[in-house]
Design a protein around this ligand. Structure first.
Ligand code: ADP
Length: 994
């Protein structure tokens, strides 16, 4: 049976209609892009929004069409929203903080037909318009007087009809327009995730979901806005709908103050102060700027009552500063584009509010509880529900009518589990009071020894250090524990600090095995387009800089006396430029030298720089001498043959590590803020006070060595003489050859083995980094080894003659063996030559020679100045035998069947992820990882000699889905023995198989 109530579709036009009718005179104040403060009212906003609707209809916009906005928070932007949504078109907010290529990709993917923008962003629009075939009009939020004189496009944009001035446009249209009348499930807004975890994906809000989100956020324990409030949304309308404020403010009748393009501390303070703002919302970095401004100027916040802080974890220092110094209530909130965005808020329960203030703090720091309309759950990797005990870490999942059900155009496929929950990609705990705490982004969590370490928790504590301005924790590869955390700290201006200070500061506040292995002082911590720490970029930078963890983690200041007598304290050891120039403390029981605040990980850069610019110059390449095709193949083949027999005794690092672990003194259990179980693997350091015990050997234990004779020295001496006499007598009796002849044949055998030993030794030496490439490869393997092979022919033959002519019993065996080894060596050389002769003398293989794949500046820098040059359409030089003078495009087609593009029905993003996984699995090192552009670059070295090749991969949309192309080029001239062809074949097969 149905209820008997009116249906009343929940469409967003009703919100601004309500505001215009019941709060019509309430102000909407904007800092305009042109400069002055502009005042209007909800009544005017509604009227002008209707004009926008009429203008859009006249320009041919129909229900369902996407209309982009690339704009600051202003009253005009709000009018455009309601104007677009009122006629059933979709308002697509574009984030100007993304790279222009990303904006172009997103606007193109969305199929935007018209874009509203601010004067500020015209250069971006001019640059990307040629890539937006659907855009016909760009409307600039300004009047005719402020329109630019000219608008030079970066290329041809066939459908683009011109720039329009917003004020002109809406002046030409009346305010009579019928809004609504469609289903509440109709799409209203489109916002792409910032792509921090893959390709941007479009979240398509409906009128109903936004309407419900408005009602949800108006609950008192959410934002609880009232018509008496004055709200300043610093959080931009282009990111997650300004947390719904453009709906909730008119919905409640609150006065709204829009900050326009200025979001620095001074500008925000000016608006807070002059407009009497009672409520505001922003990400932590904005609040940090405001607090710094207040501290510097001594200003107060007498009217501001409440701030909502979200988008990233809110540090305790911010909460305390607002509450204790300025008497402003802080509500810490969590959400995401996919959740409209409000998901949880840390509003204290009645029970918790009765606790002393300091005991409330852990709860204020958490992300809080879901409001009515949002369901949360926590699961393990196998989808089992986890308890709400504040300890169990798990995948945070969410369900409700304001949560995305799928992405626009089906990106990412099915995104809900069998119960309809969406996996947020966040890792969290939920405590017994229902307070959820984000411990990490699933992609950022540090996995050490099979256990998870929360980077956010360490960051929150580290940023509370009085000298810290910003802190970030990332995991770095560790040979034993998989990953270990590294703390990056941006110091406050003028501050200096030591690594140990930060380690000491964390001491006792986190579990001991969570303690970062290293502290790196940086001049900047990169923030992504949505103001969050860009850990992907940090990890990439560290990798590009060749950073590796220090051998021993930074140690805290040792506990009070007695001081350890051993060893000699080693002061801060700053690694030379080769490791990127960042210092690494090896062991520092004494205070170590000060690190200047401006000790940088990388040079200062613009707010958002393309990744390609951030790639550091690589260390100089070792000089590689040119070698011929056959030489190279002989070398690799001989080396492999020789090295197949491993040296008798290899160093045993594992045994060493075990010995260290065994002698380590058990550490007292640190004070832990969480009673988490001890992970199975704990990092333990050898106690410098206790010298390592020598590994016991059998001899020390009084046991007989396996090869020792169980006789006394005296007896042994006697026995030796007797044995010698016995053997000589036996020799004579059996006609044994003279000693010099046996010695000669031993020498001949050694010479016969020498080429393999040299080549093998050269390869192993280069591989272990003990011998430089020119010596191990060119000299030992290519030069000396073949010469010795020729000499061994002569010595072997002489040996045979000696054996035959001397006519002595078993001597011929040695001679034949020497000759047989020589013959085998020659066999390998001839086979290698034959193989080399079959493969063309090339080192460059590509799947597309029509639009050749070039390398980015970063990849060229990594390739180094001494590498062979990369040519668009290469041909082989005269002297290349059968292939002389021919174009590589033809030779590739003939000799490398694998060198064909891969066209598939899979989405480009999907194919990109597959090829990236295949490249990484092949052991190559990424240089460029740009899924937006579909460009991936990497390099890899051959196993034995480290001959390096560069790979560039391109994934493009194709009529059938996507097209994958590759080019792989050796850095050395001449033939690559099919290495690059084989690589492309392997990678293509891997992608095909997925
Ligand atoms: P994206 O960066 O993928 O576009 P959003 O901008 O929607 O995603 O941000 C959502 C993510 O931001 C969340 O999944 C979470 O990781 C992080 N986040 C949001 N609020 C908080 C918070 N208060 N504390 C910690 N992390 C937060």
């Amino acid at each position: 049976m149905q209820g008997l109530m009116q249906h009343g579709a929940l469409t967003l036009d009703k919100i601004i209609d309500h505001a215009a009718q019941w709060h019509g005179g309430r102000e909407v104040v904007s800092r305009s892009v042109e400069g002055p403060i502009v005042r209007t009212t909800y009544r005017e906003i509604r009227d002008r929004a209707k004009r926008v609707s009429n203008a859009l209809l006249s320009l041919g916009i129909k229900p369902g069409d996407r209309v982009g906005t690339l704009a600051w928070n202003t009253g005009r932007h709000m009018e455009a929203w309601y104007g677009i949504m009122g006629i059933g078109a979709v308002c697509h907010t574009l984030n100007p903080r993304l790279f222009p290529e990303q904006i172009a990709w997103i606007a193109d993917h969305a199929g935007d037909r018209l874009i509203f923008t601010d004067l500020t962003f015209l250069p971006i629009i001019a640059a990307i318009l040629p890539r937006l075939p659907h855009v016909e009009h760009v409307v600039v939020f300004t009047d005719r007087d402020h329109m630019p004189g000219e608008f030079p496009l970066a290329g041809e944009a066939p459908r683009f009809k011109g720039l329009l001035a917003y004020e002109d446009l809406i002046d030409q249209h009346g305010a009579e327009c019928a809004w609504g009348g469609f289903d509440e499930g109709t799409a209203a807004g489109l916002c792409y995730t910032s792509g921090t975890t893959g390709d941007p994906k479009g979240v398509m809000y409906s009128h109903r979901s936004n309407f419900l989100h408005t009602l949800i956020t108006l609950q008192p324990d959410v934002m609880g806005l009232s018509q008496k409030d004055v709200i300043l949304p610093v959080v931009p309308m282009f990111h997650a709908n300004a947390w719904g404020v453009a709906f909730s403010a008119p919905g409640s009748g609150a006065k709204i103050v829009m900050p326009g393009p200025k979001m620095d501390g001074a500008s925000i303070f000016e608006l807070l102060d002059t407009e009497g703002v009672t409520f505001s919302a922003a990400v932590p970095t904005v609040w940090q700027m405001l607090l710094q401004h207040l501290e510097a100027t001594g200003a107060e916040l007498p009217v501001l009552k409440k701030v909502v802080i979200g988008g990233a974890a809110c540090p305790e220092t911010i909460i305390r500063a607002f509450q204790e110094t300025y008497d402003v209530e802080v509500v810490h909130a969590w959400g995401m584009t996919e959740t409209s965005p409000v998901g949880t808020l840390s509003v204290l329960t009645d029970e918790l509010e009765k606790l002393p203030y300091d005991q409330q703090m852990p709860y204020r720091l958490k992300q809080g509880r879901p409001p009515l309309g949002v369901e949360l759950r926590l699961t393990d990797d196998d989808d089992n529900l986890l308890p709400h005990d504040g300890q169990a870490f798990g995948h945070l999942k969410i369900r409700g009518p304001i949560i995305a059900a799928e992405y626009f155009r089906g990106a990412g496929g099915k995104i809900l589990d069998q119960d309809g929950f969406f996996d947020t990609g966040d890792i969290a705990t939920i405590d017994e009071h229902g307070f959820m705490q984000i411990t990490d982004r699933a992609k950022d969590v540090v996995k050490s020894g099979g256990e998870w370490i929360s980077t956010i928790e360490i960051e929150n504590i580290a940023v509370g250090h009085p000298k810290a301005a910003l802190a970030a924790v990332v995991g770095m590869p560790h040979p034993k524990w998989d990953e270990r955390p590294v703390l990056l700290v941006k110091l406050k201006a003028g501050e200096t600090a030591t690594k140990v200070e930060f380690i000491d500061f964390l001491q006792g506040k986190i579990a001991k095995w969570w303690m970062p292995d290293d502290v790196i002082f940086v001049d900047d911590i990169p923030l992504g387009a949505t103001g969050k720490i860009d850990k992907k970029l940090i990890r990439k930078r560290l990798a590009d800089e060749g950073y590796s963890l220090p051998e021993a983690p930074v140690q805290p200041t040792p506990a009070p006396p007695p001081p350890p007598p051993e060893p000699e304290p080693v002061a801060t050891q700053t690694l030379a430029a080769a490791d990127g120039g960042h210092g690494a403390v090896i062991y520092a029981p004494e205070p170590v030298e000060e690190v200047e605040a401006d000790t940088v990980l990388s040079a200062p850069e613009p707010e958002i720089a393309p990744e390609s610019e951030l790639v550091a110059a690589p260390p100089p390449e070792p000089e590689i001498q040119q070698v011929s095709a056959t030489d190279a193949i002989i070398a690799e083949a001989t080396a492999i043959a020789a090295a197949a027999a491993p040296p008798e005794k290899l160093p045993e690092p594992e045994a060493e590590a075990t010995a260290v672990a065994e002698v380590a003194t058990p550490e007292p259990e640190p004070v832990q803020i969480k009673a988490e179980p001890e992970p199975p693997l704990r990092l333990r350091e050898p106690d410098p006070a206790e010298p390592s015990k020598p590994t016991p050997v059998l001899a020390d234990a009084g046991e007989a060595l396996p090869f020792a004779m169980p006789i006394t020295p005296g007896k042994r001496g006697k026995g030796k003489a007797a044995a010698k006499a016995k053997s000589e007598a036996a020799g004579k009796a059996s006609g044994k050859p003279p000693r010099w002849a046996s010695l000669y044949l031993d020498l001949a055998l050694l010479i016969a083995l020498a080429p393999a030993i040299l080549a093998g030794g050269g390869a192993l030496g280069v591989k272990l980094g003990m011998i430089p490439l020119p010596l191990g490869y060119t000299a030992m393997t290519l030069d000396w080894a073949p010469r010795l092979a020729f000499i061994s022919v002569a010595t072997g033959l002489i040996g045979l003659i000696i054996a035959l002519s001397a006519g002595f019993g078993r001597l011929w065996k040695g001679a034949v063996l020497a000759l047989a080894i020589t013959a085998a060596t020659f066999g390998v050389m001839v086979a290698a030559k034959a193989l080399g002769g079959q493969s063309p003398p090339i080192h460059d293989v590509a799947t597309d020679w029509k639009t050749p794949l070039g390398f980015s500046d970063a990849a060229m820098a990594a390739r180094g100045g001494s590498a062979e040059i990369v040519v668009d359409d290469p041909s082989l030089p005269v002297g290349s035998a059968a292939y002389a003078g021919r174009r590589l495009a033809e030779i590739n087609a003939e000799t490398c069947p694998a060198a064909r593009p891969l066209v598939s029905e899979r989405a480009p993003g999907d194919v990109y992820e597959s090829i990236k996984a295949a490249v990484l699995a092949s052991g190559m090192t990424l240089v460029t990882d740009d899924p937006m552009d579909g460009r991936l670059e990497a390099n890899g070295s051959s196993f034995w000699y480290g001959l390096t090749d560069d790979l560039v991969v391109r994934v493009r949309p194709d009529a059938r889905g996507s097209r994958l192309d590759m080019r792989s080029i050796g850095r050395d001239a001449g033939p690559d023995q099919g290495r690059n062809c084989a690589r492309i074949g392997t990678l293509m097969t891997a992608v095909r198989g997925q």
